[in-house]
Design a protein around this ligand. Sequence first.
Ligand SMILES: CC(C)(COP(=O)(O)OP(=O)(O)OC[C@H]1O[C@@H](n2cnc3c(N)ncnc32)[C@H](O)[C@@H]1OP(=O)(O)O)[C@@H](O)C(=O)NCCC(=O)NCCS
Length: 166
Amino acid sequence: MTETSGITVRFAERDDLDALAAIYAESFDDMQPRLAVEQYLRPPGTWALIALVHEPPHEMPAGFILTRNAADEAEIFSIGVARAFRRRGVGLALLDAMDGVAGVRGARTIYLEVGVDNRAARALYSKAGYEIIGERPDYYRNPGGNRVTALVLRRHLENIENRDSS
Ligand SMILES: CC(C)(COP(=O)(O)OP(=O)(O)OC[C@H]1O[C@@H](n2cnc3c(N)ncnc32)[C@H](O)[C@@H]1OP(=O)(O)O)[C@@H](O)C(=O)NCCC(=O)NCCS
């Protein structure tokens, strides 16, 4: 579907579920990663992309994005990159590919929520051109049991060129 500097992004299929669950387990604190991924993908309009990093002669599953289109909006439920492949552009490649698919399926705006304390994800979304439009206090509970505020982020698909160049 897309191929940039050794990173291929394509639709995830049923056979990719184990790979998605393994990356999800590394990325989130969840005792049942496979079930979590399956549940995200159950409602109508949901879809997933998988990123593969080309390390000859192999293509290694490196990341995923779980999303949903509804009318002229899309929502990112979850994005995760395997630890071994972080800071190599996989997250950005997934967001780029998602733009294309979500747009073709009718989305004009993409929304997501991110923990206020999630430095890596906030930096990624900022680089991808997302803006903060609101917050939900005490939305998440972190592994230590503390409540964490979620920021609500949005990006208009017309603003694809509006990227932070830093
Ligand atoms: C957030 C996450 C998906 C980023 O994936 P990634 O593949 O490492 O991101 P990229 O390599 O595409 O990074 C793109 C840019 O985002 C920013 N960024 C990413 N990770 C960062 C970090 N740990 N610290 C600071 N900035 C970071 C940088 O600006 C980076 O560009 P640069 O490497 O040229 O400086 C990954 O860290 C992850 O899976 N985290 C755990 C799961 C998670 O929190 N998901 C988000 C839930 S909302």
